[in-house]
Design a protein around this ligand. Structure first.
Ligand SMILES: CCCCCCCC/C=C\CCC/C=C/C(=O)SCCNC(=O)CCNC(=O)[C@H](O)C(C)(C)COP(=O)(O)OP(=O)(O)OC[C@H]1O[C@@H](n2cnc3c(N)ncnc32)[C@H](O)[C@@H]1OP(=O)(O)O
Ligand SMILES: Cc1cc2nc3c(=O)[nH]c(=O)nc-3n(C[C@H](O)[C@H](O)[C@H](O)COP(=O)(O)OP(=O)(O)OC[C@H]3O[C@@H](n4cnc5c(N)ncnc54)[C@H](O)[C@@H]3O)c2cc1C
Length: 645
């Protein structure tokens, strides 16, 4: 099963080897539990381990293999980030996709050798979503052939970029490019921030950390201001866009080609989110198979809480989603790598499809992941609320994904633009022009769903039902938009009046895609035992997801209430059928205890002993009487006692 999750036996077994190697190297392990450390201690500890990784990486992994590096980072550094998180996630991808060969020789090679540390500085105090209204300006000075970076007002301060505050000495900065008074929109520049030897900020740069956040606090998200700060013309990233010495602008082959670093993260983060969801479910499912509370048969001992149907309903659909997301994530990464290669040859034809797909997936997956993690926390009762479970940190890190790389409701609208165009083609009788991701929009629905109308409905009946729902909602939302426009609204006003419906269409389209990705993967599985378990999980998935969106199919009679009853019964049947395999389904992700960092979710199942040992190690228990008691509580009690006398 691990080979299914990790798209092949090779990587699955490499993960095991890497974990086994690290188990023998105590210097790579957390020196104490992360929840017992201050933010400063965590950053120090993470930097220590980062240095070890840089020194010994070649002995443990193939550093050219992104996935091996990712696993090494998960084991050693964990999810709370590290001082070079953005260096790998965005700085290097931005240089790879946007720097010219010459620029890559100068900077990318140094970045890859970790001679310099960089980040991606785009968002500002006043603007994150609307990139065209960024306020940092890069004005071209033809005389000196330099760009002058400037922060004209407080809202123009860069704000949020990861590792900008304290760790990075370079950044890929996004600024509005002005040449001879003309605004050429957001462009990307390579900008030195700190002296390479002293790490002091360079003259003209104001820089610092933005303070603690909900989670992800090892990362020093930062602020950055420029005071007429000059960089050479050749620091504009010029793989696709160019500015000649005389200020002539040479257009890229696609207007949004500079957004590639964002598309990179959106493509990879689907897998990252699946893994965080699986972390939380591993903890909650293991704990639920140890925790005993209450009885189902009063003549029998107390049961494991995993026997309760409600507990299964709380956890198992999310287990299925974690599998579905990791399968969908593998597809997005493949498409991203393909588009990256094609763009290199000047072919930008798939950029719009990739952008639409990743915009929808990032939104739906992060939202459902956060929901699933929070349910997993609640499924652990009181102990879920303790940081010993580590689920609150997993939640905090994962839920950030709803905001970063494009606020979810905004990104759903990006997909909606694509769907509306596709609906326009259908309306114009040009369905043959629809791309493969939306070809279903041009098909005709059956009059009713065939679920429960054939002896054993296959996945095709479910897929058709999801297609019917997504198609109906897309065409309806597009019609609403077109209707407002016909009545005289501008497109923008009409759009704003239709966005709740349009975003619904985007979600339904994306959920259909996720179901199809799951079906595609299960169909490929050859091993019959594995296929049976995955088929059960997929059946749970399709029934659960369909119930969740059934209102759309009930309202036009595509599904009847008796079919809905059938779907509910199927769901309950598969909850029970999956129960014996539930622990194996989460164990198949093969997370080591070190990677999971959860006292509650350890493989040995000794929950109570482990919790007690953890509590005893809490910094508060170092002494029996705290200074706060000596200083305040004792005098308070003493004076209360004295006044009674
Ligand atoms: C196993 C590995 C796991 C790895 C896991 C990694 C986890 C990493 C963890 C943590 C890292 C966190 C790092 C976070 C970083 C950041 O947050 S960086 C900042 C991100 N910011 C955003 O995402 C901003 C969102 N806003 C936008 O993207 C844009 O403003 C916009 C909303 C897309 C609008 O852009 P713009 O105003 O320029 O657009 P318009 O002029 O209106 O044009 C819209 C048309 O452009 C098309 N478009 C937009 N983007 C793209 C694209 N990228 N590619 C192709 N086409 C694009 C869009 O479709 C419209 O086309 P149309 O007119 O034909 O409809
Ligand atoms: C953990 C984390 C890490 C980050 N790392 C980085 C980084 O490394 N580099 C970087 O540059 N940035 C980074 N960011 C910033 C992040 O990309 C932005 O916060 C994000 O893109 C959202 O933009 P915003 O903050 O401007 O939200 P806003 O756009 O102000 O959103 C506020 C509300 O307005 C709504 N809204 C906005 N526009 C529209 C619209 N057109 N239609 C309808 N509703 C709208 C949103 O849906 C939301 O409900 C990070 C953020 C976080 C949380």
């Amino acid at each position: 099963m691990a080979a299914q999750i990790y798209s092949g036996e090779k990587y699955a077994s490499r993960r095991r080897e890497i974990s086994a190697n690290l188990a023998k190297r105590p210097e790579f392990h957390d020196s104490k539990p992360l929840p017992f450390m201050t933010r400063e201690e965590k950053i120090l500890e993470s930097s220590r381990k980062l240095t070890l990784i840089s020194k010994h990486m070649n002995e443990i992994i193939d550093p050219s293999d992104k996935r091996e590096l990712y696993h090494l980072n998960c084991e050693v550094l964990g999810i709370e980030g590290n001082p070079m998180a953005l260096h790998g996630d965005m700085f290097i991808p931005a240089l790879t996709a946007q720097a010219s060969d010459e620029q890559q020789e100068k900077w990318l090679s140094r970045a890859l050798r970790r001679e310099i540390i960089g980040t991606y500085a785009q968002t500002e105090l006043g603007h994150g979503t609307n990139l065209r209204k960024l306020e940092t300006i890069a004005t071209y000075d033809v005389d000196t052939q330099e760009f002058v970076l400037h922060t004209p007002q407080i809202t123009a301060l860069k704000w949020w970029p990861g590792n900008l505050g304290k760790s990075s000495n370079y950044a890929v900065v996004v600024a509005l490019m002005i040449i001879k008074g003309k605004n050429y929109g957001p462009q990307t520049f390579m900008v030195p921030l700190r002296d390479e030897k002293t790490h002091q900020p360079l003259k003209g740069i104001t820089i610092g950390d933005i303070g603690p956040k909900l989670a992800y606090n090892i990362v020093d998200n930062g602020f950055l201001g420029f005071d007429h700060y000059r960089i050479p013309r050749t620091n504009l990233l010029m793989r696709h866009t160019r500015v000649e010495p005389d200020g002539t602008f040479v257009k890229p082959p696609h207007a949004k080609i500079n957004y590639s670093a964002m598309v990179h993260v959106r493509s990879y983060m689907i897998t990252g989110q699946a893994i965080m969801l699986a972390y939380a479910l591993t903890i909650a499912t293991r704990y639920s198979s140890v925790r005993r509370q209450g009885q189902i048969d009063t003549t029998q001992p107390e049961v494991k809480v995993l026997e309760y149907q409600t507990q299964q309903h709380r956890l198992f659909p999310s287990i299925a989603r974690a599998y579905a997301f990791v399968f969908a994530g593998a597809e997005t990464v493949r498409l991203y790598e393909r588009v990256l290669q094609e763009v290199e040859t000047g072919n930008v034809s798939l950029m719009a499809d990739l952008h639409a797909l990743t915009s929808g997936l990032k939104s739906v997956v992060t939202h459902q992941t956060a929901q699933g993690i929070e349910q997993a926390r609640m499924a652990c009762g009181g102990h879920g609320y303790s940081q010993a479970s580590y689920i609150s940190e997993i939640f905090g890190v994962a839920v950030g994904g709803c905001t970063y790389e494009g606020e979810n409701l905004v990104m759903l609208q990006q997909l909606a633009r694509y769907l509306v165009k596709s609906a326009g083609l259908v309306q114009a009788g040009q369905s043959s022009k629809l791309g493969p991701l939306v070809a279903y929009l041009g098909a005709k629905s059956d009059s009713t769903s065939l679920i429960d109308r054939t002896p054993t409905p296959g996945f095709a009946e479910y897929v058709k039902t999801f297609q019917h729902i997504a198609r109906k909602q897309t065409l309806k939302a597009a019609q609403k938009l077109f209707g407002f426009m016909e009545k005289g609204d501008t497109r923008e006003v009409a759009w704003n009046k239709s966005t709740v419906e349009l975003n619904r269409a985007s979600r339904l389209h994306t959920r259909l895609y996720i179901v199809e990705a799951f079906v595609r993967r299960v169909e490929e599985v050859a091993d019959p035992r594995l296929k049976e378990v995955l088929t059960d999980l997929l059946r749970l998935h399709v029934n659960y997801e369909l119930l969740d969106v059934a209102a759309y199919a009930l309202e036009d009679g595509f599904l009847s209430s008796s079919q809905l009853d059938y779907i509910r019964e199927q769901l309950y049947f598969y909850l029970a059928k999956i129960r014996p395999n539930a622990v194996s389904l989460v164990d198949s992700w093969e997370f080591s205890d070190r990677e999971l960092r959860s006292v509650l979710g350890r493989r040995d199942g000794n929950v109570y002993e482990n919790l007690f040992a953890w509590a005893k190690a809490s910094p508060l228990n170092k002494t029996d009487v705290l200074p706060s008691v000596d200083k305040y509580l004792k005098p308070l009690m003493e004076s209360a006692r004295a006044s009674k006398l």
